[in-house]
Design a protein around this ligand. Sequence first.
Ligand SMILES: Cc1cc2nc3c(=O)[nH]c(=O)nc-3n(C[C@H](O)[C@H](O)[C@H](O)COP(=O)(O)OP(=O)(O)OC[C@H]3O[C@@H](n4cnc5c(N)ncnc54)[C@H](O)[C@@H]3O)c2cc1C
Length: 459
Amino acid sequence: MLQQRLIEALGTDAVKTAPEDLAVYAFDAYSQGVMPAAVVLPASTREVAAAVKIANDCGEPVIPRGAGTGLCGGAIPARGGVIFSFARMNRVLEVDARNRRARVQPGLINLDLSKHVAKAGMFYAPDPSSQKVSTIGGNIGTNAGGPHCLSYGTTVNHVLELEIVDENGDVILTSLDDIGYDLTGVLVGSEGTLGIVTSAWVRLLRQPETVRVWLAAFDDVHAASAAVTGIIGAGIIPTALEMMDQVMLPAIEAAFHAGYPTDAAAVLLIESAGFEDEMNLHESEISRVVKEHHATTWRAAKSEAERDALWAGRKGALGATGRIAPNYYIQDVVVPRTKLPQALQAVADACEPQGIIAGNVFHAGDGNLHPLLMYDRGDPKQVAAVIEAGNQILGAAVDLGGTISGEHGIGYEKRDTLRRIFSTDDLATMSRVREVFDPKRRLNPEKIFPAGIGCAEVQ
Ligand SMILES: Cc1cc2nc3c(=O)[nH]c(=O)nc-3n(C[C@H](O)[C@H](O)[C@H](O)COP(=O)(O)OP(=O)(O)OC[C@H]3O[C@@H](n4cnc5c(N)ncnc54)[C@H](O)[C@@H]3O)c2cc1C
C-alpha cells in the first residue's frame, strides 16, 4: 500500500523498494539501523510534501538523508519508515551576487556551491572535511562545522532563509529577517526532527585578497597545545588552526604526500586570510608565538599548490587511517582551549591501557577534539574496548568543562549521553519545542533525545 501510493505519486524511478536497494539506506557513516520501508528520491518540494502525506497516512515515520556521512547515526532508520534522499534535488537555484547569497537545494554537495560561485569571486564558508560529498541539507541538519569555522562560524551563521516541509506535509518559509522567534536558528542543527529542508538561502563571502598557510611542528604535543592558546591569546583569530599528532602524521603523509614532517609529535596547520598588510602582521605574531613554544619547524606555503597540498592532507586525514587499522571510531568532544593538554592526556589514558591506538586530527583553535580510535570490527573484544574508551573520553571532556559534541551532532549514537550535560527538566524543555513541530514523532524518531527518560514527553 505505502510503496504503491509512493510510486503513483512520484513515479517508479523515484521510489526504491527492492531489498538490495533498501539495505544501502539502512547505513550511514556511523552505523547500521533497520531496513526502511521505502526510499524516495523526490525532484521537487511538491513531491516531498506529497510523499510526507502518504507516509503519514500509512503510519510510517520519515527520515531525511543527505550523503549519509553523518557520524552519529542521524540518517539511519531507527524503526523503519521512509527515507527521503535528496540526490535529485542537488542544484544551485539562484545566485544573488549583489546581496552575496544563493538559494540552493538540500542535496547540493557543499563544495559544489563554492565551485559554482568561484568565478564571481565568492565562496561558501562552512567547510566540513567531508565537503566533497556531504550535502547542504545534511550540513544544515547537523549545523556542520569545519576547519575554517574558527573565524567564519558554523553553518547556522550562514543560513539566511529556509523552506521546509513540516510533519503534515505543509510547506513553511522561515527567514533570519523575520521579527519574532528565530525559527531558522531553531531548525539548523535539528537533525531532521523538526522539518525537512527543501531549499535554503545561504550567505556567500567574498574571496579574501590574501590567503597564507603556515606549518609549525613540535616535538611535544603539550607545547603545540600551548602554542594554540598563545596564538588566540595574542589576539589573533586565524581562519583555521588545526592539529595533527604523531600517530596520524606518517599515515597522512604516506597517503597524500602533503609535505608534513613525519617525525614530529604534533603539527599545527594555520591559515589566515584577509588583506596583505594584516597577513604580514599575523605572520610575524604567529611565528613569534610558535617559536616561543619551541617549534622545531616553521614554514609558510610558498604557492597555491603547496597550500592545497597541506590542506589535502588535513582534509583527507580520516581516509588515511586505513593504513593503521581496518576501522576507526571517531569521537567529537569539545573542551575549553586551555584544557587541550589535559584532554589529549585523557584520550591516551582511555586508550593505552586497552591497547587501542588513538590518533588525533582536530580543530585545535575551537578546542574541538576528534580522537580516532583504531580497531578491527571483526574482533568483538576490540569493539567493546573502543566503545568503553569512547565513553571515557566523553566523560573526561565533560569533567574538563567541555561538552559531548562539537559538530557531528547527537543523532542515534549520543542520545543517551545527552543526560551527562542536561537535566531531565532541560531535556523536557527541548522536547516541548519538538512537540510544537512534530507532536506525533513522525520526523526522524529516536534521534537526539534519550530513550525512556523520566519525563513521559521525552521519547
Ligand atoms: C571523512 C569525514 C569527515 C567529516 N568532517 C566533518 C567536519 O569537518 N565537520 C563536521 O561538522 N562534520 C564532519 N563530518 C560529519 C558529516 O559529514 C556532517 O555531519 C555532514 O553535515 C553530514 O552531511 P550529509 O549530507 O552526509 O548528511 P546525512 O549524514 O545524510 O544526514 C545528517 C543529518 O541531517 C539530517 N538531514 C539530511 N538532509 C536533511 C534535510 N534536507 N532536511 C533536514 N534534515 C536533513 C539527517 O536526517 C541527519 O540527521 C565528517 C564525516 C566524514 C565521514
